[in-house]
Write a protein that binds this ligand. Structure first.
Ligand code: NAD
Length: 491
């Protein structure tokens, strides 16, 4: 049984246990406490106390500590990656990448936080000085999903700390272990600067949001979770960052290199068993090349190996839990019932006695109104729709409630730029899906949310702007209030 890590110590609380299950074997690998309002209270107290010192620590010192966190994360890379595979199912090699990206994010914000500069504002009168300073909000609550537990934690915690906030992390109950294993990395900070508590979103998450001692809630999760978290924050008039579900389109134009585009399409659809927010989930293929493209996709999909993420030859691991697998399968069946065809896959793999393995699935004769396409399908499904040209592809891509990312494969600059300008999405990938860059903002439009992580924008999300106005002649300007009776006092 694990325990919450608060004010630099493990707290042995007595709470009901939540099992952490290995999705490849269905075995319970550990348990975490189902934290409640008491845990929230302890964590908030610790974070508030630490905020008094952390916010004033000079930027160079903060930077050194953030670099040290990065170093400690890297030093534990294989062990962390293995733990992430055990609790989340993602192949070990992909988790090694995730650990490295998480460390890199701390390095990035160590530097960005230290070098960030303010701005001066032209004053109205000569003897005035106007400028802005950036201030931390206070205590940030980072609520993290299971699909990229360390990376999405780092995208919140690193900029929040660099901006001078203290943090309470609430990992997903599916994948809390790797985050708890980072307590040692965070112990380089003054006690209470980072705290880790575990429990359900509805109980512990809501207690943290409602607590008057928390100032900013940063959540990555589904649209439904975002709605609930957003509503709670609205009641408190509390700042909230929402990074929610996606349903990214992937357009393949008639001039695309089909060998490259079909491999990229499979990568974008099946990475992490299709459980990626920016995974491609709707494929719009120009009619002229649709048959060739589909053949390539099916051939490549059949060559992918499903299995335990600990096996070095595995391409696709299990899905996170049975609910997720059943949800995806129900969507596939629902589409088939409406005329869609399964070209390969389309079922829970019969090769495994245990584990939540779903075969990578290619589907044709799919349409826009099927639930499979209309709402986010979080699994290894690649649904293909034919389009007659660029205008139709853009229209179909935009026919969505989401706006996280969008992809195109073409060498035609006019098509690429037209699609880029017209498709509503926070990131537009041309001939290279799924790539992130620590220095580039990441986030969604429409119901996917409205904040940005990474880049300088990602730091700004954790800072308030204060305007400073100074008049070194200490003059009250009657001409500034020409109609005010107040002028009688000064003239
Ligand atoms: P989820 O919404 O079920 O849970 C996310 C987190 O929110 C968990 O820690 C959960 O405990 C917490 N939570 C749930 N209800 C809550 C509540 N009422 N109050 C406070 N906290 C609450 O999501 P998930 O299943 O863990 O992750 C998958 C979803 O996340 C998908 O929809 C995916 O697209 C989305 N996602 C989005 C991004 C992005 O950057 N936009 C990145 C990764 C995942």
């Amino acid at each position: 049984m694990k325990h919450p890590w608060i004010a630099g110590k493990w707290h042995k609380v007595r709470r009901p246990a939540i099992p952490v299950v290995n999705p490849a074997t269905e075995e319970t690998i550990d348990c975490i406490p189902r934290g409640n309002a008491e845990d929230a209270e302890m964590a908030v107290r610790a974070a508030r106390a630490a905020f008094k010192t952390w916010r004033w620590m000079p930027g160079v010192e903060k930077a050194a500590l953030l670099h040290e966190i990065a170093r400690r994360i890297r030093a534990r890379q294989p062990a962390l990656a293995r733990l992430m595979t055990l609790e989340g199912g993602k192949p070990f090699c992909e988790n090694r990448d995730e650990v490295e990206w998480s460390a890199a994010c701390f390095d990035y914000y160590a530097e960005i936080g230290r070098h960030s500069r303010g701005n001066s504002i032209p004053p109205v009168f000569a003897h005035q000085v106007n400028f802005t300073i950036k201030e931390p909000y206070g205590v940030v609550v980072a609520i993290v999903p299971w699909n990229y537990p360390l990376l999405l934690m780092a995208w919140k915690v690193a900029p929040a700390l660099a901006a001078g906030n203290t943090v309470i992390i609430k990992p997903s109950s599916e994948t809390p272990l790797a985050t708890l294993a980072l307590a040692d990395a965070f112990s380089t900070l003054p006690a209470g600067t980072v705290n880790i508590v575990t429990g359900s979103g509805e109980e512990l998450g809501a207690a943290l949001i409602r607590h008057p001692g928390t100032d900013l809630i940063a959540v990555t999760g589904s649209v439904e979770t975002g709605q609930r978290v957003g509503a709670l924050c609205a009641e408190q008039i509390k700042k909230v960052h929402l990074e929610l579900g996606g349903n990214d389109p992937f357009i393949v134009c008639s001039d695309a290199n089909l060998e490259i585009a079909s491999r990229a399409a499979c990568w974008a659809a099946y990475l992490n068993a299709g459980q990626v927010c920016t995974g491609a989930k709707r494929f719009y293929v120009f009619d002229a090349i649709a048959d060739n493209f589909t053949r390539g996709i099916v051939r490549f999909t059949r060559s992918l190996k499903l299995g335990s993420g600990l096996n070095p030859t595995t391409d696709i691991g299990p899905m996170i839990h049975l609910r997720q697998l059943e949800d995806v399968h129900a969507r596939v069946q629902d589409a088939v019932g409406q005329g869609a065809r399964v070209l390969c896959g389309g079922r829970r793999s019969p090769k495994f006695k245990k584990g939540f393995f779903y075969e990578p699935t290619v589907m044709a004769d799919v349409n826009q109104d099927m639930r499979l396409v209309r709402t986010e399908t979080f699994g290894p499904i690649l649904p293909i729709m034919r389009v007659q040209g660029m205008d139709e592809a853009i229209e179909m891509a935009n026919d969505s409630a989401y706006g996280l990312g969008a992809n195109i494969y073409t060498n035609n600059m006019e098509w690429a730029m037209k699609a880029m300008e017209r498709i509503t999405a926070g990131t537009f990938w041309i001939n290279d899906p799924l790539s992130d860059n620590d220095a580039a903002p990441f986030g969604g439009m429409r119901r996917t949310g409205h904040s940005r992580e990474l880049g300088e924008e990602g730091l700004d999300e954790f800072r308030e702007t204060k305007h400073v106005h100074l008049d070194y002649k200490q003059e009250i300007k009657p001409y500034w209030y020409p109609y005010s009776r107040y002028n009688r006092l000064t003239s």
